[in-house]
Structure formats: structure tokens, C-alpha cells
Ligand binder design. Structure first.
Ligand SMILES: Nc1ncnc2c1ncn2[C@@H]1O[C@H](COP(=O)(O)OP(=O)(O)OP(=O)(O)O)[C@@H](O)[C@H]1O
Length: 236
């Protein structure tokens, strides 16, 4: 289970997160929604140990990232699919990452299969990858340690409809297998179809955390726009 417990993050005068508390239960998918600059990436970065909270705790099964012995087995994360060395092949990228976390080399083939990258594609250098292929590679890397929690920042970004469906099926299978999945997205209909729960954040504060009904995508959209109305630049 992923837990945010009264997490605040200040950058100078900016409250990127303001007393944020919510949970992502084991075996579920939580969609993390909010306007640009709301604090989604900051929350994920804190959970993955990229930056420290000013106060509060973000934990995976009760432990903060820095305290976990082999964190890749506890949590996998994809924050920026572009942050990959362009001169390495996909397979090399995953091979190095697998070695770093002590994963079996065979796991590389398994995660490539899971995200739908072919062996031929995995032998090409990343600089020739489309954004969607980089997203798939990033998700593959996040899965290398077969983690119990998964944190993905806009995983559908750049994916074609087939890719979106494939990732949706993959995340559902992972959740059914007991993984706690947190994914941020601006695609409300996609989240409504995929997620069990949504957390809506605006200006660093949690506006809503609730279970959702997959047949009620329109309800989610209406609720989102009502809650985030003050952040709507077009309304100014
Ligand atoms: N390193 C930083 N230094 C200063 N301010 C930052 C830093 N990182 C984020 N912020 C600020 O914190 C706030 C939250 O940003 P964050 O990137 O978490 O939002 P987001 O919800 O992920 O947005 P988006 O949907 O655009 O990705 C914003 O006001 C942003 O400008």
C-alpha cells in the first residue's frame, strides 16, 4: 500500500503540496488527477525518493523509499520517459537497470513482452524511439523488480490507442495480482475506465479522494471541472 501522510512540500514561497494525505490500496489502481502545476509530479517524486518532503511522510508498505533495502522490488516508477540515455538500445538500458537491482537477466525479456516492445525494437538505440516506445521502455524498467507498488506519471502520454489499451490491460492485470498502482493523467475518460479510485488535487491540496464507477466517465469529468474550476485558466 502507498500512503501519503500529511505531506507538505514547499519550494520557497510555493506550496507545491499542502498537507496531502491519501492511500493507494494494495490490488487497486488510483488515478491522480489535477490541473498543470497541481502537485502530482511532486508527490510522486517524494514517494520515489527524488526529493524530500518539507514535512509528513510518503511510504510504501509503511517504509519511506530511502529506508527500503532494495527499493526496486518495493516500488517501480516512471516519471520522465525521456530521461534515458539515447545512445543505448532498449535492451541495454533494461540490462543495466536489471544488473543494478540484482534482477535476473531473463526478466528483461519478460518486461519487454509485458509492455509490447518487440525484440527487434529492443535492439535499436533509444534515440530512434518514438515517445510511445520510450513510455513502454520506461514502464518496462519500472516493472523489472516485480514491485508491489507502481507509480506512473502520465503513462499514456504518446501512446497510440493500441498502446493505451495494452497498458490499461497490463495495469489491470498487475493490480489484480496485488500491485498498488498510482498513475497521474489528464485523460479523464481513460482514468474513468481504468481506475478503481481517483484522487483529485488542486494547488497542492487534495480536493477529493473517492472510488469511481467505470460506467460513469461523464460524472468524473463533471466533478473534475467543478472541483478545479478556480484553476481553469480559460475561465479567467
Ligand atoms: N524543483 C522545483 N522548484 C520550484 N518549484 C517547483 C519545483 N518543482 C515543482 N515546482 C512547483 O510546484 C508546483 C507543483 O508542480 P508539479 O510539477 O508537481 O505539478 P503537476 O501536477 O505534476 O503538473 P503537470 O500536470 O503540469 O505535470 C508548481 O507550482 C511548480 O511550479
Amino acid at each position: 500500500m502507498i500512503t501519503f501522510d500529511h505531506v507538505t512540500k514547499q519550494y520557497g514561497a510555493t506550496h507545491a503540496l499542502d498537507d496531502v494525505s491519501f492511500e493507494v490500496p494494495t490490488g487497486s489502481i488510483t488515478g491522480f488527477l489535477g490541473p498543470n502545476g497541481a502537485g502530482k509530479t511532486t508527490a510522486m517524486r517524494i514517494l520515489l525518493g527524488h526529493t524530500r518532503a518539507t514535512s509528513g511522510r510518503a511510504t510504501i508498505d509503511g517504509q519511506q523509499y530511502a529506508a527500503i533495502g532494495n527499493p526496486a522490488r518495493a516500488v517501480g516508477g516512471l516519471l520522465d520517459a525521456q530521461a534515458v540515455h539515447p545512445g543505448r538500445t532498449g535492451a541495454e538500458t533494461l540490462g543495466i537497470a536489471a544488473a543494478m537491482i540484482g534482477a535476473d537477466r531473463r526478466r528483461v525479456g519478460q518486461v519487454l513482452d509485458l509492455v509490447g516492445l518487440t525484440v527487434t525494437e529492443s535492439r535499436r538505440t533509444v534515440k530512434g524511439y518514438s515517445l510511445g516506445m520510450r513510455q513502454r521502455l520506461g514502464i518496462a524498467q519500472a516493472l523489472l523488480g516485480a514491485p508491489k507498488a507502481l507509480v506512473l506519471d502520465e503513462p499514456a502520454n504518446g501512446l497510440d490507442p493500441q498502446g493505451i489499451r495494452a497498458i490499461r490491460d497490463l495495469l489491470r492485470a498487475l493490480a489484480d495480482d496485488g500491485c498498488a498502482v498510482l498513475l497521474s493523467s489528464h485523460l479523464l475518460h481513460e482514468v474513468a475506465q481504468l481506475a478503481d479510485r481517483v484522487v483529485i488535487i488542486g494547488r497542492g491540496r487534495i480536493l477529493e479522494a473517492a472510488a469511481i464507477d467505470p460506467s460513469a466517465a461523464q460524472d468524473l469529468e463533471n466533478r473534475y471541472f467543478t472541483l478545479t474550476a478556480t484553476d481553469d485558466r480559460s475561465a479567467a
